[in-house]
Design a protein around this ligand. Sequence first.
Ligand SMILES: [Ca+2]
Ligand SMILES: [Ca+2]
Length: 330
Amino acid sequence: MITACFYRQTLSSKRIWFATAMAALLGVAAVSNCRAESRESPSPPAQKETAKTPPLTQAAGGPVLVGSVGPGKTTTVTFVGAWNPKTGWRNAANAEEDKELMPDGTVWTLYGLNQPPLRVASGPVRLVWPFEHLDLPAEPEHCDVTAKLTRNPRGKYPLAVSGIDFMDEGLVRVLLPQEDPNTKRLCEYLLENGLVKKVEKIHQVVRADLDGDGKEEHLVAFHGNIWAYYAPNDEAYPANNSVIAAAHMTDSGTYRVSMLTEMAQIVLRGSHFGGRGVLGAEILAIADINGDGRREVVISTNGADWWAFEVYAFDGKRFQKVLFFGGYWA
Ligand SMILES: [Ca+2]
Ligand SMILES: [Ca+2]
Protein backbone atom coordinates (compact mmCIF):
# COMPACT_ATOMS: atom_id res chain seq x y z
CA MET A 1 0.00 0.00 0.00
CA ILE A 2 1.26 3.43 -0.87
CA THR A 3 0.59 6.06 1.74
CA ALA A 4 2.75 8.85 0.48
CA CYS A 5 3.38 9.86 -3.08
CA PHE A 6 4.53 12.97 -4.77
CA TYR A 7 6.01 13.73 -8.10
CA ARG A 8 7.73 16.31 -10.08
CA GLN A 9 7.58 17.02 -13.72
CA THR A 10 10.17 18.58 -15.90
CA LEU A 11 10.53 19.35 -19.57
CA SER A 12 13.49 19.29 -21.84
CA SER A 13 14.13 18.91 -25.51
CA LYS A 14 15.37 15.38 -24.97
CA ARG A 15 13.32 14.10 -22.12
CA ILE A 16 10.25 14.66 -20.08
CA TRP A 17 10.69 13.23 -16.73
CA PHE A 18 8.33 12.56 -14.04
CA ALA A 19 9.98 11.62 -10.84
CA THR A 20 7.86 9.70 -8.45
CA ALA A 21 9.11 9.66 -4.96
CA MET A 22 7.46 7.32 -2.59
CA ALA A 23 8.27 6.23 0.83
CA ALA A 24 8.48 9.50 2.67
CA LEU A 25 7.79 7.15 5.52
CA LEU A 26 9.17 3.72 6.03
CA GLY A 27 7.11 0.74 5.23
CA VAL A 28 4.83 2.25 2.68
CA ALA A 29 5.08 -0.30 -0.06
CA ALA A 30 5.34 -3.94 0.80
CA VAL A 31 6.47 -6.03 -2.10
CA SER A 32 4.39 -9.05 -2.86
CA ASN A 33 5.83 -12.00 -1.07
CA CYS A 34 5.06 -15.18 -2.88
CA ARG A 35 3.62 -17.39 -0.23
CA ALA A 36 3.47 -20.79 -1.81
CA GLU A 37 4.62 -23.03 1.01
CA SER A 38 7.17 -25.72 0.33
CA ARG A 39 5.49 -29.10 0.46
CA GLU A 40 8.15 -30.84 2.53
CA SER A 41 8.06 -28.27 5.30
CA PRO A 42 4.62 -27.76 6.79
CA SER A 43 4.59 -24.69 9.00
CA PRO A 44 4.74 -25.32 12.74
CA PRO A 45 2.34 -23.39 14.99
CA ALA A 46 2.64 -19.64 14.61
CA GLN A 47 5.89 -18.30 15.98
CA LYS A 48 7.66 -15.00 15.84
CA GLU A 49 10.13 -15.28 13.02
CA THR A 50 12.46 -12.44 13.90
CA ALA A 51 13.73 -10.73 16.98
CA LYS A 52 12.36 -7.36 17.94
CA THR A 53 12.91 -4.85 15.18
CA PRO A 54 15.89 -2.65 16.03
CA PRO A 55 15.33 1.09 15.94
CA LEU A 56 16.02 2.81 12.68
CA THR A 57 19.19 4.81 12.23
CA GLN A 58 20.56 3.75 15.58
CA ALA A 59 24.00 4.89 14.46
CA ALA A 60 22.96 8.20 12.98
CA GLY A 61 22.43 11.38 14.94
CA GLY A 62 21.28 13.34 11.92
CA PRO A 63 20.06 12.73 8.42
CA VAL A 64 21.63 9.96 6.38
CA LEU A 65 22.25 11.19 2.84
CA VAL A 66 21.90 8.91 -0.11
CA GLY A 67 23.47 9.73 -3.44
CA SER A 68 24.20 8.08 -6.69
CA VAL A 69 27.48 8.04 -8.58
CA GLY A 70 27.45 7.56 -12.34
CA PRO A 71 26.73 5.90 -14.63
CA GLY A 72 29.12 7.77 -16.85
CA LYS A 73 30.13 10.53 -14.48
CA THR A 74 32.16 8.50 -12.01
CA THR A 75 33.47 11.52 -10.12
CA THR A 76 30.14 13.27 -9.50
CA VAL A 77 27.70 12.43 -6.74
CA THR A 78 24.04 13.33 -7.30
CA PHE A 79 21.88 13.73 -4.23
CA VAL A 80 18.97 11.30 -4.23
CA GLY A 81 17.35 11.60 -0.82
CA ALA A 82 17.82 11.80 2.92
CA TRP A 83 16.79 9.48 5.68
CA ASN A 84 16.00 11.42 8.81
CA PRO A 85 15.87 9.36 12.02
CA LYS A 86 12.70 11.20 13.09
CA THR A 87 10.80 11.73 9.88
CA GLY A 88 11.93 8.97 7.54
CA TRP A 89 12.85 9.22 3.89
CA ARG A 90 12.69 12.41 1.92
CA ASN A 91 13.37 12.64 -1.76
CA ALA A 92 15.75 15.23 -3.18
CA ALA A 93 13.25 17.83 -4.27
CA ASN A 94 14.17 21.23 -2.97
CA ALA A 95 17.45 22.62 -4.20
CA GLU A 96 18.02 25.13 -1.43
CA GLU A 97 17.42 22.68 1.40
CA ASP A 98 19.37 19.92 -0.30
CA LYS A 99 22.27 22.28 -0.80
CA GLU A 100 22.40 22.80 2.95
CA LEU A 101 22.28 19.06 3.51
CA MET A 102 25.48 18.26 1.59
CA PRO A 103 28.01 21.01 2.29
CA ASP A 104 31.53 21.22 0.90
CA GLY A 105 33.62 18.44 2.49
CA THR A 106 30.76 15.97 2.95
CA VAL A 107 32.30 12.54 3.47
CA TRP A 108 30.66 9.70 1.60
CA THR A 109 31.00 5.97 1.79
CA LEU A 110 30.78 4.54 -1.70
CA TYR A 111 29.35 1.07 -2.26
CA GLY A 112 29.40 -1.29 -5.19
CA LEU A 113 28.95 -5.01 -5.51
CA ASN A 114 32.42 -6.27 -6.24
CA GLN A 115 34.68 -4.25 -4.02
CA PRO A 116 34.95 -3.12 -0.40
CA PRO A 117 33.40 0.25 0.46
CA LEU A 118 35.45 3.37 -0.06
CA ARG A 119 35.51 6.72 1.75
CA VAL A 120 35.69 9.85 -0.32
CA ALA A 121 34.77 13.50 0.21
CA SER A 122 32.87 15.78 -2.11
CA GLY A 123 33.51 19.42 -2.91
CA PRO A 124 31.16 22.38 -3.08
CA VAL A 125 27.59 21.75 -4.12
CA ARG A 126 26.69 22.59 -7.67
CA LEU A 127 23.11 23.18 -8.67
CA VAL A 128 22.62 21.91 -12.18
CA TRP A 129 19.62 23.14 -14.13
CA PRO A 130 19.36 20.75 -17.03
CA PHE A 131 16.50 22.66 -18.59
CA GLU A 132 17.57 26.27 -18.27
CA HIS A 133 18.13 26.61 -22.01
CA LEU A 134 14.40 26.00 -22.47
CA ASP A 135 13.44 29.30 -20.88
CA LEU A 136 11.14 27.59 -18.38
CA PRO A 137 10.43 29.10 -14.99
CA ALA A 138 13.16 27.88 -12.62
CA GLU A 139 11.36 25.66 -10.14
CA PRO A 140 13.46 24.37 -7.21
CA GLU A 141 12.51 20.78 -7.99
CA HIS A 142 13.89 21.09 -11.52
CA CYS A 143 17.36 21.33 -10.11
CA ASP A 144 19.87 18.49 -9.73
CA VAL A 145 22.01 18.81 -6.62
CA THR A 146 25.46 17.49 -7.40
CA ALA A 147 29.04 17.70 -6.15
CA LYS A 148 32.39 16.60 -7.51
CA LEU A 149 34.18 13.89 -5.58
CA THR A 150 37.61 15.03 -4.48
CA ARG A 151 39.21 11.95 -6.01
CA ASN A 152 38.27 9.43 -8.65
CA PRO A 153 37.07 6.21 -7.00
CA ARG A 154 38.28 4.21 -10.02
CA GLY A 155 35.63 1.56 -9.85
CA LYS A 156 31.90 1.09 -10.08
CA TYR A 157 30.38 2.47 -6.88
CA PRO A 158 26.81 3.42 -7.78
CA LEU A 159 25.68 4.06 -4.20
CA ALA A 160 26.99 6.87 -1.96
CA VAL A 161 25.95 7.24 1.69
CA SER A 162 26.84 10.00 4.13
CA GLY A 163 25.94 10.78 7.71
CA ILE A 164 26.55 7.39 9.21
CA ASP A 165 29.96 6.59 10.54
CA PHE A 166 30.58 2.98 9.77
CA MET A 167 31.72 0.87 6.85
CA ASP A 168 29.37 -1.99 6.09
CA GLU A 169 31.88 -4.61 5.00
CA GLY A 170 29.77 -7.72 5.48
CA LEU A 171 30.31 -10.32 2.84
CA VAL A 172 28.45 -9.85 -0.44
CA ARG A 173 29.05 -12.76 -2.76
CA VAL A 174 28.60 -12.19 -6.47
CA LEU A 175 28.47 -15.58 -8.15
CA LEU A 176 28.27 -16.89 -11.65
CA PRO A 177 24.85 -18.51 -12.21
CA GLN A 178 26.42 -21.91 -12.87
CA GLU A 179 28.28 -21.73 -9.56
CA ASP A 180 25.13 -21.43 -7.55
CA PRO A 181 22.77 -24.43 -7.45
CA ASN A 182 20.12 -22.41 -5.62
CA THR A 183 19.59 -20.20 -8.64
CA LYS A 184 17.99 -23.12 -10.45
CA ARG A 185 15.67 -23.61 -7.51
CA LEU A 186 14.66 -19.96 -7.49
CA CYS A 187 13.94 -19.96 -11.22
CA GLU A 188 11.90 -23.15 -10.93
CA TYR A 189 9.91 -21.61 -8.14
CA LEU A 190 9.09 -18.55 -10.25
CA LEU A 191 8.05 -20.71 -13.20
CA GLU A 192 6.01 -23.18 -11.15
CA ASN A 193 4.15 -20.41 -9.40
CA GLY A 194 3.39 -18.54 -12.61
CA LEU A 195 5.40 -15.48 -11.62
CA VAL A 196 7.40 -15.58 -14.81
CA LYS A 197 6.71 -17.29 -18.09
CA LYS A 198 10.30 -17.92 -19.10
CA VAL A 199 13.81 -17.37 -17.74
CA GLU A 200 16.13 -16.51 -20.62
CA LYS A 201 19.40 -15.06 -19.40
CA ILE A 202 20.61 -14.75 -15.83
CA HIS A 203 22.66 -11.58 -15.38
CA GLN A 204 23.47 -11.46 -11.68
CA VAL A 205 23.51 -13.84 -8.73
CA VAL A 206 24.17 -12.22 -5.38
CA ARG A 207 24.20 -13.79 -1.94
CA ALA A 208 24.31 -11.72 1.23
CA ASP A 209 22.84 -11.83 4.72
CA LEU A 210 20.46 -8.87 4.64
CA ASP A 211 18.84 -9.11 8.06
CA GLY A 212 21.82 -10.33 10.08
CA ASP A 213 20.35 -13.66 11.14
CA GLY A 214 23.39 -15.56 9.84
CA LYS A 215 21.56 -16.96 6.81
CA GLU A 216 22.27 -15.57 3.38
CA GLU A 217 19.49 -14.21 1.23
CA HIS A 218 19.67 -14.93 -2.45
CA LEU A 219 19.10 -12.39 -5.23
CA VAL A 220 18.95 -13.08 -8.92
CA ALA A 221 18.60 -10.62 -11.82
CA PHE A 222 17.57 -12.11 -15.12
CA HIS A 223 15.88 -11.41 -18.39
CA GLY A 224 12.86 -13.43 -19.38
CA ASN A 225 9.16 -13.31 -20.09
CA ILE A 226 6.30 -12.57 -17.79
CA TRP A 227 2.57 -12.84 -18.31
CA ALA A 228 1.04 -9.50 -19.23
CA TYR A 229 -2.66 -8.84 -19.30
CA TYR A 230 -3.91 -6.90 -22.30
CA ALA A 231 -7.34 -5.48 -21.50
CA PRO A 232 -8.65 -4.79 -25.04
CA ASN A 233 -8.47 -8.49 -25.87
CA ASP A 234 -9.02 -9.71 -22.32
CA GLU A 235 -6.04 -12.03 -22.69
CA ALA A 236 -2.63 -12.56 -21.14
CA TYR A 237 0.46 -12.65 -23.34
CA PRO A 238 4.13 -13.34 -22.64
CA ALA A 239 6.02 -10.03 -22.60
CA ASN A 240 9.73 -9.32 -22.41
CA ASN A 241 10.80 -8.35 -18.97
CA SER A 242 13.79 -8.05 -16.67
CA VAL A 243 13.29 -9.28 -13.16
CA ILE A 244 15.08 -9.11 -9.84
CA ALA A 245 13.85 -11.79 -7.47
CA ALA A 246 14.96 -12.34 -3.88
CA ALA A 247 14.63 -15.62 -2.02
CA HIS A 248 14.85 -16.26 1.70
CA MET A 249 14.09 -19.03 4.15
CA THR A 250 11.78 -18.29 7.02
CA ASP A 251 12.61 -19.54 10.50
CA SER A 252 9.97 -22.21 10.01
CA GLY A 253 11.82 -23.51 6.96
CA THR A 254 9.52 -22.10 4.31
CA TYR A 255 11.06 -20.93 1.05
CA ARG A 256 9.83 -17.49 0.01
CA VAL A 257 10.49 -15.44 -3.10
CA SER A 258 9.83 -11.72 -3.59
CA MET A 259 9.81 -9.84 -6.89
CA LEU A 260 11.68 -6.56 -6.43
CA THR A 261 11.01 -5.30 -9.95
CA GLU A 262 7.25 -5.55 -9.70
CA MET A 263 6.50 -2.17 -8.20
CA ALA A 264 8.41 -0.10 -10.74
CA GLN A 265 6.34 -1.51 -13.53
CA ILE A 266 3.03 -0.94 -11.82
CA VAL A 267 3.84 2.58 -10.76
CA LEU A 268 5.47 3.79 -13.93
CA ARG A 269 3.73 1.98 -16.69
CA GLY A 270 0.76 -0.08 -15.69
CA SER A 271 0.53 -2.95 -18.11
CA HIS A 272 3.73 -4.65 -19.18
CA PHE A 273 2.29 -5.48 -22.57
CA GLY A 274 4.46 -5.14 -25.66
CA GLY A 275 7.77 -5.22 -23.84
CA ARG A 276 7.15 -1.90 -22.17
CA GLY A 277 7.89 -3.28 -18.75
CA VAL A 278 11.32 -3.45 -17.19
CA LEU A 279 13.89 -3.71 -19.97
CA GLY A 280 16.89 -3.61 -17.69
CA ALA A 281 17.30 -4.37 -14.00
CA GLU A 282 20.54 -4.36 -12.06
CA ILE A 283 21.52 -4.92 -8.44
CA LEU A 284 23.80 -1.96 -7.70
CA ALA A 285 24.81 -2.43 -4.09
CA ILE A 286 23.94 -4.12 -0.82
CA ALA A 287 24.64 -2.11 2.30
CA ASP A 288 23.11 -1.05 5.60
CA ILE A 289 22.42 2.52 4.61
CA ASN A 290 20.35 3.56 7.62
CA GLY A 291 22.39 1.88 10.35
CA ASP A 292 19.65 -0.35 11.71
CA GLY A 293 21.83 -3.44 11.41
CA ARG A 294 20.03 -4.77 8.37
CA ARG A 295 21.23 -4.28 4.85
CA GLU A 296 19.24 -2.71 2.08
CA VAL A 297 19.23 -3.72 -1.57
CA VAL A 298 19.82 -0.93 -4.08
CA ILE A 299 18.73 -1.57 -7.64
CA SER A 300 18.33 0.35 -10.86
CA THR A 301 15.63 -0.38 -13.39
CA ASN A 302 14.71 1.08 -16.73
CA GLY A 303 12.11 0.69 -19.44
CA ALA A 304 11.71 2.02 -22.94
CA ASP A 305 11.14 5.54 -21.68
CA TRP A 306 11.73 5.54 -17.92
CA TRP A 307 14.43 4.87 -15.35
CA ALA A 308 14.46 4.36 -11.59
CA PHE A 309 16.79 4.08 -8.59
CA GLU A 310 15.20 1.97 -5.88
CA VAL A 311 16.08 0.87 -2.35
CA TYR A 312 14.48 -2.14 -0.66
CA ALA A 313 14.69 -3.08 3.00
CA PHE A 314 14.30 -6.64 4.28
CA ASP A 315 13.16 -7.19 7.85
CA GLY A 316 13.58 -10.96 7.89
CA LYS A 317 10.05 -11.52 6.61
CA ARG A 318 9.37 -9.29 3.68
CA PHE A 319 10.89 -6.74 1.35
CA GLN A 320 9.69 -3.16 1.45
CA LYS A 321 10.49 -0.39 -0.94
CA VAL A 322 11.91 2.45 1.12
CA LEU A 323 13.24 4.82 -1.53
CA PHE A 324 12.25 5.34 -5.11
CA PHE A 325 13.62 7.93 -7.45
CA GLY A 326 12.97 7.86 -11.15
CA GLY A 327 11.58 9.53 -14.20
CA TYR A 328 10.53 9.41 -17.81
CA TRP A 329 12.41 10.16 -20.96
CA ALA A 330 10.35 11.53 -23.78
CA1 LIG B 1 19.43 -13.48 6.43
CA1 LIG C 1 19.47 -0.91 7.18
